[in-house]
Design a protein around this ligand. Structure first.
Ligand SMILES: [Zn+2]
Length: 277
């Protein structure tokens, strides 16, 4: 592996005065050392004196392994391999595998929290997906939301299907899409806790909330009925007017996303071979 290209020349410490614009940032080369995989540079901030490498603040910092090993571990985990199996393939201990996965998850989540926000939502669909329980444990559910016009995955929460979890999930969606000022359509299935959760989070917003009930026969929707539980009829029409994806309330987009998730993760696959194996 070639030496790591130099990162942006900014101090890595959050509390450094150079971030507040009072003092111009000045970062110099501090040292370089040879690792098994190339040369890694350390830099020093001349404002606060801290030293850091290009990996500081990333999920790879201080791991003493190739970045590609960490990437492989995370990928194998998301494909459904057990931690013990991954540990045998990569030749690290299962504890290390667990730690890397946890680290990667924490970084992915904080990246999502910091960067994923929408200016103006048009339509939001909410749904939950059963992840199945292990043994006697009650099933966990993956709540997820999608903002249809941008196809942005607007929220994810894995929890039991309780009122508290539903409220937390809806709050998370609200955090991503911000306060809604133009009439915006929200749809979900008829799960009983969405209604109190929606009215708690979007009471003072321009939200039109509709519950959709689909009747299936032979895997196809034969009839779809819906009930509006928040917002007036006029608001409903206003919410649908700028919408180029849906002409009437539906949950098709979030169901498509859930299907993708089932296909991509063996842990969520509906058919039975994975538990049997
Ligand atoms: Zn500094």
């Amino acid at each position: 592996m070639p030496s790591i290209p130099s990162g942006p020349l900014e101090c890595s410490r959050d509390d450094c005065p150079s971030h507040r614009g009072e003092i111009a940032a000045r970062v110099i080369d501090h040292a370089s050392h040879r690792t098994k995989h190339g040369i890694r540079k350390r830099r020093r901030c001349m404002v606060c004196g801290a030293t850091f490498s290009s990996l500081t603040g990333t999920a790879y910092a201080g791991l003493r392994r190739r970045k590609s090993d960490v990437d492989r571990v995370v990928q194998m985990h998301s494909e459904g391999m057990t931690k013990a199996a991954i540990a045998r393939v990569v030749r690290v201990s299962p504890g290390t595998v667990a730690r890397w996965i946890e680290r990667a998850a924490a970084h992915a989540r904080s990246f999502h929290d910091a960067r994923t926000q929408i200016e103006e939502a048009v339509e939001v669909q909410l749904d939950e997906l059963s992840c199945g329980g292990v043994g006697d444990a009650k099933a966990a559910w993956a709540f997820s939301g999608i903002e249809v016009s941008t196809r942005l995955w607007a929220g994810l929460l894995v929890a039991k299907r309780t009122l508290r979890a539903t409220k937390q999930f809806v709050r998370e969606v609200k955090y991503t899409i911000g306060t809604v000022t133009e009439w915006t359509l929200f749809t979900s299935d008829c799960f009983k806790y969405y209604r109190p959760a929606m009215s708690a989070a979007f009471q003072d917003d321009a939200a039109v909330y509709v519950q959709v009930k689909n009747r299936y026969r032979g895997g196809k929707i034969v009839r779809s009925t819906w009930t509006r539980t928040m917002g007036s009829e006029l608001a409903h029409d206003d919410a649908l007017a700028p919408n180029s994806d849906s002409h009437k309330p539906n949950t098709a987009f979030i169901e498509r996303l859930n299907l993708t998730k089932r296909m991509c993760s063996s842990l969520l696959r509906r058919h039975k071979p994975s538990p049997a194996r």
